[in-house]
Design a protein around this ligand. Structure first.
Ligand code: COI
Length: 357
């Protein structure tokens, strides 16, 4: 299947739900737009994609994904630009990551151009759902799961790919408090940590719940072997600024999700001449920097989270308060730059945004 011959069967809703939306109160991920795109993989081929009214999925109780976990997803956002067009930030990176996630989970793959084309056509149908308000966007959730109705452990022969959308504001509405996790593990070498596999999030829920009961929003995951090196945070990648240097865990291992926002943050910093180090980041150096005042900033980077400043880091019995958000000039400037590129207020010199008329 190529993008040239890609046709989508479209059945629109009779009446949109959009007038029922309380745009002043949009809890993240709970309001859904009118349509869903669905494309099934059967007998070794992708079938004609359809855009249909958003509804529940009808699943066989033995649906393979529910038992053996072949399920992957992506997260992206469509933004309304100042000239009325729509932008999507670096969708080809999500398309590539999605394909890699599918490959790792032994699932059918989707050509990256097809992925982006389906996404763009879906956005065109749902364009009225893109919030106009600053800081708000239409969150897009492409996902795929195994659909064989079969009780037996093997890669499924059939899959469903779908995209739905939610108008959203910020995922975190306040600076986040994170705890460095030294016992539980998110991902081990040779595992599936680099894939955006649904089960990675399920496995993180219990340790995150323990941290939440201690007053933290999320965890900072460390490596599975020594727990001495920082990997990522629960819902986002992590970046530190120590003594004017931007430092982030390198993605050499297969335990860290390759984040589109984090990659862009590091590229912007380099473009602005800020020293950037992608390498192993030890818990020790971060804690020492927090103690001696050289930890100028720490933030999460992700599509949902955008740039989420970290207010406090918990480590063992101590909690370190990080500098006031107003003093975090670099991450604040990067966030503004990213927002302005997406909204078209400044030129997209890197050609990062897919623009949809
Ligand atoms: C995203 O940032 O898009 C994610 O998928 C993370 C999830 C916690 C919402």
């Amino acid at each position: 299947m190529t993008t040239e011959n890609l046709t989508i069967q479209i059945t629109k809703v009779n009446e949109s739900k959009i007038t029922q939306v309380d745009w002043e109160n949009l809890p993240f991920g709970r309001v859904f737009s009118d349509h869903i795109l669905i494309m099934d993989y059967i007998n070794g081929a992708w079938k004609t994609p359809e855009i249909v009214p958003f509804d529940n999925l009808n699943l066989h109780p033995a649906t393979s994904a529910l038992h053996y976990g072949q399920a992957v997803f992506e997260g992206m956002k469509a933004n309304r630009m100042v000239d009325g067009k729509i932008s999507v930030f670096r969708p080809e990176m999500n398309a590539a990551r999605f394909r890699e996630s599918c490959a790792r989970m032994c699932m059918a793959e989707i050509d990256e151009n097809v992925f982006v084309s389906l996404l763009a056509q879906f956005i065109k149908i749902e364009k009225d759902w893109i919030p106009q308000k600053e800081g708000y966007s239409l969150y897009l959730r492409p996902f795929m799961f195994a659909t064989d109705s079969y009780i037996g452990v093997k890669p499924s022969d059939s899959y469903r790919f779908a995209i739905f959308a939610c108008p959203v504001g910020a995922y975190y509405t306040e600076p986040v408090n994170v705890k460095i996790e030294e016992f539980y593990t998110r991902a081990a070498n040779g595992g599936v940590g680099r894939a955006k596999a649904a089960g990675n999030y399920a496995a993180a829920l219990y340790p995150a719940k323990l941290a939440q009961s201690q007053g933290f929003h999320q965890l900072i995951w460390t490596d599975a072997i020594s727990h001495e090196y920082i990997e990522e945070s629960g819902t986002m990648n992590i970046v530190f600024v120590i003594n004017g240097k931007m430092i982030s865990p390198s993605e050499d291992s297969d335990t860290i999700l390759r984040g589109v926002t984090k990659r862009s943050v590091l590229e912007i910093a380099k473009m602005w001449g800020i020293p950037v180090e992608e390498r192993k980041v030890s818990v020790k150096e971060v804690i020492e920097a927090a103690k001696n005042g050289s930890l100028e900033d720490a933030f999460g980077a992700g599509t949902a989270a955008t740039i989420a400043p970290i207010a406090k880091i918990g480590f063992r019995d101590e909690v370190f308060q990080l500098p006031a958000i107003e003093t975090r000039t670099l991450s604040n400037k990067i966030k503004t730059y990213l927002d302005q590129v997406k909204s078209g207020e400044i030129q997209d010199d890197n050609n990062w945004c897919l623009k949809i008329n």
